[in-house]
Design a protein around this ligand. Structure first.
Ligand code: AKG
Length: 328
């Protein structure tokens, strides 16, 4: 049995009365070795694996807690949100909508307790995603010395994908994440807040044993916009149309982890409701805690880009749209 801190979501009352610094996930539980071995094997074979299995459901917040936390960070004004980054998009109907939030985990007790560095989720990510070469014993994870360390949180985003909101063109995450030069290996946990369906633009992936030395060809960009269109990692249409894309349809509350080299994309949201999902990126333990350094670097790169573009950004909407994501 592996000793992993378990996540036990508190009731609303307990959560409200707990102090901002204490974790609402209080007990320590074990995940059996077979479950970890199965998760690791599927992750390696497919580049993606669902984490919230029935047998370890108690490690995850409920779908309703996740929805409430999402609404709190996205829409409530009383949270400390000065340094939360927001991206807006003008939809096909000409409506201006909040489409992405970044850098919010530290401001919210629930999110912090669930997914920050050192939480049970970060320990599970390390256990499932650390390469066999990083384990001191390749055959057994039963002794604590053989267990990989928790993966620290690197960055996070909440994609709100409003009604008629854009999708994401086919891309790999690792090439663009590596540009900042802090780590060369990343995994991302997707937490579905709403049900993910074909109609609302669920994530689609190409399953496989992907890695830096076994990845699809993608574009390299020399531009200075750290978030720009045509960014590093975009997969050209001539390649993406040859790949087999599997939709990840799931209920709100589902949690998956995927490899930074897995091709993925999603379509526009053709429903009347937002399709919200949180993407939490982690780096290997040996690269250390990089989240604040990453956001500080991105801030200065964005400011520099904005400064060089300021003469071209003649109207206010264009100015606010400069962070927008890749349209599908
Ligand atoms: O929200 C989505 O559908 C996909 C998000 C994604 O791939 C990204 O943000 O890089």
């Amino acid at each position: 049995m592996l000793g992993i801190p378990s996540i036990v979501p508190l009731s609303l009352e307990e959560e409200a009365s707990s102090s901002a610094s204490s974790s609402p996930f209080q007990s320590v539980g074990d995940i059996d070795e077979e479950t970890i071995a199965a998760l690791r094997a599927e992750y390696r074979a497919n580049g993606i694996v669902r984490l919230d299995l029935e047998s370890i459901k108690h490690l995850f917040p409920t779908a309703s807690s996740l929805r409430r936390w999402t609404e709190e960070v996205a829409y409530e004004s009383d949270l400390k949100k000065d340094d939360v980054l927001r991206t807006f998009e003008t939809t096909a109907k000409g409506l201006r909508k909040l489409t992405r939030l970044e850098h919010f985990v530290h401001s919210h007790h629930g999110w912090r307790s669930f997914c920050d560095s050192g939480t049970p989720l970060s320990a599970l990510v390390g256990l499932v995603c650390a390469p066999p070469s990083s384990l001191s014993s390749s055959s057994s994870l039963s002794s604590s010395s053989a267990r990989p360390s928790p993966y620290p949180l690197y960055k996070e985003k909440l994609n709100l994908k409003p009604p008629l909101g854009s999708g994401f063109a086919p891309h790999l995450d690792a090439p663009s994440l590596m540009v900042v030069g802090l780590s060369s290996s990343f995994v991302t946990v997707m937490v579905a807040i709403d049900d993910m369906t074909i109609q609302n633009g669920c994530l689609k992936v190409v399953k496989g044993d992907w890695g830096e030395k076994n990845s699809v060809e993608c574009e390299e960009v020399n531009g200075s916009n750290p978030d720009g269109d045509g960014r590093h990692g975009a997969i050209p249409p001539s390649i993406s149309e040859t790949l087999q894309w599997d939709p990840i349809t799931c209920k709100g509350g589902s949690v998956y982890v995927f490899n930074g080299w897995i091709p993925h994309r999603s379509a526009a949201n053709n429903t009347s409701f937002s399709r919200r999902a949180v993407f939490l990126t982690y780096n290997p333990a040996e690269d250390g805690e990089l989240r604040e350094v990453y956001y500080a670097k991105m801030k200065s790169m964005r400011e520099e880009y904005k400064r060089t573009q300021s003469s071209a950004a003649s109207d206010a909407l264009k100015e606010e749209d400069w962070l927008s994501t890749i349209p599908s």
